[in-house]
Design a protein around this ligand. Sequence first.
Ligand code: SAM
Length: 316
Amino acid sequence: MIFDKYGRPITNLRITITHKCNYRCFYCHREGEDCSDALTVEDVVRLVKVGKKLGMDKVKLTGGEPLTRSDLIDMIEAINEIGLSEVAMTTNGSLLKGIAHHLAKAGLSRVNVSLPSLREGVFERITGVQVLGKVMEGLLEAKACGLEPIKLNVVVLRGLNDDELWNIVDFARKHEFIVQLIELEPININDEFYRIHHVSLEEVELWLQQRAVRIEERKLMHNRRQYDLGDVKVEVVRPVNNPEFCMHCTRLRVTADGKLKPCIMRNDNLVDVLRALRIGLDDSELIKIFMKAVELREPYFKGACNAQAHGKAKVC
Ligand code: SAM
């Protein structure tokens, strides 16, 4: 297991496998990246293997839209052979129908599906496309294939979907999905959009606190709280100005052009690993590059937590 100098274990590798997307969401943070695609299946597999040697036992594939990659099944099959505890994917779900069972067979453990609205008009205003029906079909197929637990990712947007959160929770209850309410992050988006649409999720969280039969603090997942309402679970993701969130971050990211990215909020401390792959460096050299990226990890929001670094990143 690898720990950064703030004592945070790094257990998750989050890989942007493409920037191509069939949506045009105005709020998309593009995983904090601004680059083009370069990673091959072989590159991804090699990085996952090295990550696993360092204790990163969970992989999340993201994008762009991962389902736009024609070699996705091969990629998942090859990652699955490495033997991780979880291979998950974040998707918009519009291309899931017809492929979900292949993904499950290839070894995908579960999916998070973005569902910004249950109303066709609002869905189209947010995503720029009218594919809500397809997403619904994809969700049901993913469930039938056992790609569970399925989480519905809902970025809460003032004036767009903030009045239908409870309808989405009802929908999740009916289909046994988990809802993830996500606070809009000011990354790669226009300031004016952020000012208009950002909603603090404090009130929502208070409401959930009063009704929950159980509250789970997910220590290795940014210390997010998951509220069990008895018949449905709702998780709240509040990254903005939240030192607690940063102090419990266990992720290392890989950008679509093959750089290790210590923090979604920053692009000034990326560590190139693609060149090392291309010139055929061995695992011990790749491990050094991973360690360099982990060494650069800093909680972005430190605030009152007064996070202190202790020594260097280390493998224990
Ligand atoms: N195309 C896939 C999808 O739609 O889920 C994966 C990529 S998307 C960038 C990954 C996740 O980031 C989605 O759940 C999306 O809603 C969320 N997201 C995008 N922009 C965001 C922002 N500005 N703030 C918070 N979450 C955001």
